[in-house]
Each structure stands twice: as C-alpha cells, then as structure tokens.
Design a protein around this ligand. Structure first.
Ligand code: HEC
Length: 123
C-alpha cells in the first residue's frame, strides 16, 4: 500500500462517515413538552376573586349588607379576613351554603381555594 492509496482510502472513509452521520435528525422538530405554560401564575383578589364575589355574593353581602347577610364582602380586607368561612360555605351543599340560591362553579371554587394557597394576594 503506497501513500496515495492510504490517502484516498481515508478520504473515502471520512466522506462516507460524514454522510451517514448527517441524517434527517435535524428536521424532526421536537414537540414543546411544556404542559403548563404559566406555572408561576398566582391567583389575586383584583384579577380573579373580586368579580366572582361581585357576581355572586354582594347582592346580599354589599357595602350595606341586605337580606339578613351578617357582613359585607366588598373589599379585599373583608373578603380575605373571611376566607376560611367563605371556603366552608361555598363547599356546603345543604344548610348554610353560599350563595344561598345557587352554587359556584368548580372552577370558581378552585380559584378561591388557590387564592388562599397562593397567600391571599391583593394584586
Ligand atoms: C341571597 C343572599 C345571600 C347571598 C347571595 C350570599 N349570602 Fe352569604 N349569607 C347570607 C345570609 C342571610 C347569611 C347569614 C345566615 C347564615 O349564616 O347562613 C350569610 C352568611 C354567610 C357567611 C357566614 C358569615 C359568618 O359570620 O360566619 C359567609 C362566609 C357567607 N355568607 C359568604 C357568602 C359568599 C362567599 C357568597 C357568594 C359566593 C354569599 N355569601 C352569597 C346571605 C347571602
């Protein structure tokens, strides 16, 4: 074997290796595996809770409570201070359930629970 044969042999081997190692792998796009795009999103009173209370509770728990409701639920301070009692009442199905004539959706109940778990943030 002379030098020239060795050189061509190496060149061909390198060429073949190059071709076989550059397959179509780069073309196969990996699916984005992010199952929860906003895992750090926190529930806050102003963004999530206030509107639920306004739509379902303040007809009785207004700034002047009516229909025998004992307290008002119109401010962050009031709603957050009653959080445990609110969670108890919205999860009841019988006596003392709130709202009196209905039920919150599961989504709404979960938001109020998560608001507590996230630390009762105002904003
Ligand atoms: C139709 C009027 C009405 C609506 C609407 C209503 N409530 Fe009430 N709520 C009352 C009355 C009357 C009471 C007092 C009787 C009782 O304790 O069950 C009360 C009591 C409560 C209590 C107990 C207070 C305490 O001293 O422990 C909580 C908490 C409460 N409501 C939360 C809510 C929430 C949260 C909503 C909305 C999801 C709501 N209520 C909607 C009339 C209402």
């Amino acid at each position: 074997m002379n030098f020239k044969t060795l050189f061509y042999g190496l060149a061909i081997a390198l060429f073949a290796f190059n071709c076989s190692s550059s397959g179509d792998d780069d073309m196969t796009a990996q699916p984005d595996p992010d199952p929860d795009p906003t895992p750090t999103e926190k529930v806050t009173y102003n963004a999530d809770i206030k509107s639920i209370i306004t739509s379902n509770c303040t007809s009785c728990h207004g700034s002047t409570p009516s229909n025998n409701a004992p307290m008002s639920l119109t401010t962050y301070a009031q709603v957050s201070s009653y959080i445990n009692s609110i969670l108890d009442r919205i999860n009841r199905t019988g006596a003392g359930k709130m709202p009196v004539n209905g039920t919150l959706s599961t989504t709404q109940k979960n938001l109020i629970q998560k608001w507590k778990d996230d630390g009762l943030l105002e904003n």
